[in-house]
Structures are given as structure tokens and as C-alpha cells.
Design a protein. Sequence first.
Length: 412
Amino acid sequence: MRIVLGVGGGIAAYKVASLLRLFTEAGHNVTVIPTEAATRFVGTATWEALSGNPVSNSVFDGVHQVNHVRLGHEADLVVIAPATADLLARAATGQAGDLLTNTLLMAHGPVLFAPAMHTEMWQHPATQANVETLRSRGAAVLEPATGRLTGADSGPGRLPEPEAIFDAAIALVQGQTDFQLPLAGRTVTISAGGTREPLDPVRFLGNRSSGKQGVALAVAARNAGATVRLLAAHMEVPPPPGVEVVPVETALQLREAALATAGDSDVFIMSAAVADFRPAVVSDTKIKKRDDSADPVITLVRNPDILQELVEVRNAAGPSGQHRLIVGFAAETGDSQGDVLAYAEAKLQRKGCDLLVVNHVGSDKVFGQDTNSVVILSRSGSGPQEASGTKAEVSAAIISRIGDELNHLALN
Ligand code: CTP
């Protein structure tokens, strides 16, 4: 389809180069119209090279082609990103001082604004009134993402991730009314990786979790518009950009971080591989081998079950906890006593979480792999749902299911 991509004058303009790429790689013909201010952030040459189309924001370029009328008329979709406070105001008041605002007045197809600005500008009554006006006229205005802004501060006002804007734009063209990002305004805390339980200053008991699934979940939740916090135990992959990272090492540290963050989390996903046991005694000094002594014996004690505790704390919180969703993971092998799903169903009931994502594990399965196959079990009664593919695809399915469950909770 023919897309007009209007770029506003904000620092987030650089991210829109990736959005342009997503559109062109999906086969769409994109004409970029940057505002005067936008070209101070990203130059015209970048937009021309990436789109393969000429770029201008003047109504006096190519006058014989009547661009100020034609581009809006012909566009199947107009996307404005970043939609700055100034651009929203100009669009809401129907100004026509440059090619982009002319195009907005001529647009026949759907129009999507992806705002990005400082939190106070976004929350200002003037901006909110402009957003209302645009929405009342049928334009789609995404909620900005929450997180780190240009300076040291953070809050609502980040440009949603390019993938999220792309998905919302396609949903809008397909006539879906729920083009808003499914987790916009939600805070999602995800534990990821494997805990390490120290024996002495140089040794620990660990596990084979790579953290890939938790990181993929963090990316999917972030792309769905959520504010994401990653409680990161040992991981073999770096945490993704755009999420808050809380590093932890042991199960007890993870428990502390989890309990401290549970209260303001709309969704808590326990994807970390938590050690069930830890050495009863941690030596302050390196345990030495001595020829004359017997083989050392390590005594283990149980770690608290963090998932179960999160459920208890949530249930004890009364009404304020009712809309919080808790998601557990289960790694099961099945055995002669029962199959994977039977064990998982029992675990779901025992732990009391809302969703349980079940991995079928074996020596070569899941840990460190890039693909995965899971079954999602729910306590709300809906049947098991299978998801397989890359960890990114599986994560997108899990996050989408979480969005559905949150909507379900909101209705009850
Ligand atoms: N989990 C937790 N705290 C623990 C152990 C596990 O919060 N001390 C969480 C994991 O993050 C996961 C879920 O519980 O979300 C299931 O973990 P799993 O190890 O598969 O199950 P267990 O409860 O340990 O049961 P079992 O060992 O009997 O399979």
C-alpha cells in the first residue's frame, strides 16, 4: 500500500528510520514527509535513501504534481511518528503551513499518530485536548510508552517501539478497533535467567537457564507498550534496551526484588529458573581440598517458593491485588507416574498463579535453544493453548494471551 510517514521534530525521529524499514521490507511504498524541525534530527538524505522516494516538506517543490493534495489523497495510510506536541496541536487545529499538515487535511485513509514528548507536555491539558479532538475526528492516537526519556528522567512520553507502531498501523488498516497497544499503561515485571547459590567466594550451584526466554518476553512486553522491569539472574544474553534491569544473583535476592516490585506490577512473570535449594552454609573463604580429610558433604536447605509467595501476597492485598496477573513457568519432563500436562495442571493448582507456561524439557530441549514449544494453562477455565516457534514468537503469543487475561480481569 501507499503510506505517508510524517516525521515530527523530536529526538525519537531516529527510531522512525527503523519503522520506515519495517514498512518498506513488508513491500509498502512509503513517502516520508519530515517537518522542518525533524530534518534537524535526521537528514533528508536518510529518508530518501531508506524510502527510495523523493523527500520534501515544502508545498513549493514539485508544484506541477500538486503534492500538497495528491499525497494525502493517494495514501492508504498516514503514520505520524514521532507526533510531537506541536504537530498534534497543528493537526488538531487544521493548520496547513507545510506539506505534512496539508497532507493530513487531505488524507482519506486511516491516520495513526504515535506521540513522543516529555511527560509534562504529554499530560498538559492542551495536548490532551488536542488528542481528544483528533480521536473524535477518527484519527488513531497511540498512548506513548512509559520509560526513560531523553534526559535522566522517565515517565509516559517515549515513542512506542517501531515494531509496536508497525503492528498498530497494520491493525488499523485492517479495520481493527483495538489498535492500541495491548499492554499500554501496564507495568510488567519479568524474572529471567538462572539463580546462582554460592558455596564459597568462588563456587556456586547453578542451572542451565540462558535467560533467552525471559529476555524475549521482555522485548514482547515492551513492544506491546508495557513498562518492563527485568529481574535479571544469571543470563547468557544481554538485557534488551528500553527496560529497567534489576540484577540479582541468588534465589533470596530474587525473592527480595520480587516482593519489592510486586505491588506496582500489573503483571508478574516468573520465568527465572530459581534454585529450589541452596547450600546451608556459605563459606567466607575458599573451601580447600585437604589430603587427610574425607570427601566434603554439602548440606542443602530449601529456598522459598517465590511464585507461591507472590500469589499469597497478591491474594492478601484485597481489591488492589485483584487486577494483578501472575504467570508461572513449569519445566516438566513427565515420567512413569504422569505425563507433562498432568504434572503441570497439578502445579498450576498448587502454586495458584493465573497462567502457567509449560515447557517440555529433556537434555536437549529448551535450555539455551532459540526455539521453544509451550502449552499455556489458565486457571480462568479456558482450555490449554499451544504456542511454538522462535522464543520471540512464543513470547509474543504469551504476551498476547496475558493481554486477553488482563482484559478478562478488568471485566470482572
Ligand atoms: N519458582 C519460584 N521459586 C522457587 C522455585 C520455582 O518462584 N524456589 C517458580 C519458577 O520461576 C517457575 C515456577 O516456580 O515460574 C515453576 O518452577 P519449577 O522448578 O518448574 O517447579 P517446582 O515448583 O520447583 O516443582 P518441581 O521441582 O516439583 O517440578
